[in-house]
Write a protein that binds this ligand. Structure first.
Ligand code: ATP
Ligand code: LTN
Length: 335
């Protein structure tokens, strides 16, 4: 707890441009949680270097991600929006937690198995201990809740195990965090292969809508979206995964139920439907993009936010870190 509010921590990696999937599945949920919780939203750049990054591109991507958080509507005065690398406590706590995590536990992590298969030429130790750094992110702020996608539940379970183990040895040091799963159906699929989720690292640019895509690009990508040969607009994931994904997107953007969407397009063709989805998404993205462009031009404002929030994050992180250092028996730093 911070004051009378529960604490929330979440983060995204700066591994590419954000997609409509990231927005509808994560960012949009974050917006609704801002009032209820004391929120820490990090650009987890330390995690990103587990995969090779070009430094110049990476610096830009991380800055764009931080600006997108704000452009999407997260108020940086109310939410602590910061770069993970600006708070050295993440690495310091991660090292300590490494010493309370078993290799057997890390060997079971499915993301490590997937990512090492995908990047067989660079299976580094960071990729292996990635979940411990994630545990440090969460525990450093004594987070009560962590909004994540289903794919991250295993990491969160490990975080809870590590925290419980530490608390059993040293007393109540860490808050045990709970996962916060967004609404069901918040899994947006690729526009080119509806069996795969829309992902920012997809090689095919037509598979994903990027939050920075202009109106014509958005409409063109929806026009090309893979559907089926039966020309009826009906929600049926099994037999009509492409159309169902478009219904899901249209519903999420307009707030309409699947039944309402089906009714609206009863008797209409795929062409009309795809155009309507494209326009609805483009309309939703326009204000976000305008705000993003404004922020991109206001270096001083963003720099101010970055500085202020890094200080705030550091303050809370240091509090936990000092407590942990004391518990494990390090000698006090003389100031
Ligand atoms: P990458 O391609 O680099 O693995 P990603 O696009 O899959 O990235 P993550 O960085 O793993 O995205 O996730 C950021 C957040 O966005 C997570 O909370 C995740 O659950 C959510 N998310 C990612 N893809 C989707 C999607 N297709 N539908 C809904 N939510 C998504
Ligand atoms: N591993 C997460 C990103 C992430 C995160 C976190 C999410 C790093 N640290 C702490 C929630 C809390 C991902 O790849 N989506």
């Amino acid at each position: 707890m911070l004051g009378d509010k529960k604490v929330l921590f979440s983060g995204m990696q700066a591994t590419g441009s954000l997609t409509l999937g990231n927005y509808l599945g994560a960012l949009k949920n974050w917006l609704t949680l801002s009032d209820e919780f004391e929120c820490f939203y990090s650009v987890v750049d330390l995690h990103s270097i587990t995969i090779r990054q070009d430094p110049t591109e990476f610096r830009k991507k991380a800055r764009n991600l931080l600006m997108l958080y704000i452009a999407a509507g997260l108020d940086p005065k109310k939410n602590c929006i910061f770069y993970q690398s600006h708070v050295s406590g993440h690495c310091e706590l991660a090292w300590i937690l490494d010493c309370f995590t078993y290799m057997g536990e890390l060997n079971r992590m499915t993301q490590f198995k997937d990512k090492s298969a995908k990047h067989a030429d660079n299976i580094n130790a960071g990729l292996y201990t990635y979940p411990v750094l994630m545990a440090a992110d969460i525990l450093l702020y004594q987070a009560d809740v962590v909004p994540v996608g289903k794919d991250q539940l295993q990491h969160l379970e490990l975080t809870r195990d590590i925290a419980g183990r530490f608390n059993a040895l040293f007393g109540d040091v860490f808050t045990i965090p709970e996962p916060y799963l967004g609404k069901a159906g918040a899994k947006i699929m690729s526009l080119q292969d509806p069996a795969k989720k829309m992902s920012k690292s997809d090689e095919n640019p037509n598979a994903s809508i990027y939050l920075t895509d202009d109106r014509d690009t958005v409409i063109r990508k929806f026009k090309r979206a893979v559907t089926d040969s039966e020309a009826s607009i009906r929600y049926d994931v099994e037999n009509k995964p492409g159309v169902s994904n478009l219904i899901e997107i249209y519903g999420a953007v307009t707030g309409k139920t699947f039944a309402e969407v089906e009714k609206e397009f009863d008797g209409k063709g795929y062409g009309d439907f795809k155009l309507a989805v494209g326009e609805a998404v483009a309309d939703m993205l326009t204000p976000l993009q305008t705000r993003f462009d404004e922020l991109s031009k206001d270096k001083a404002y963003i720099d101010g936010i970055v500085k202020e929030n890094a200080e705030k994050a550091n303050y809370f992180a240091t509090k936990t870190l000092r407590k942990v250092q004391k518990k494990v028996g390090f000698n006090e730093i003389i100031r």
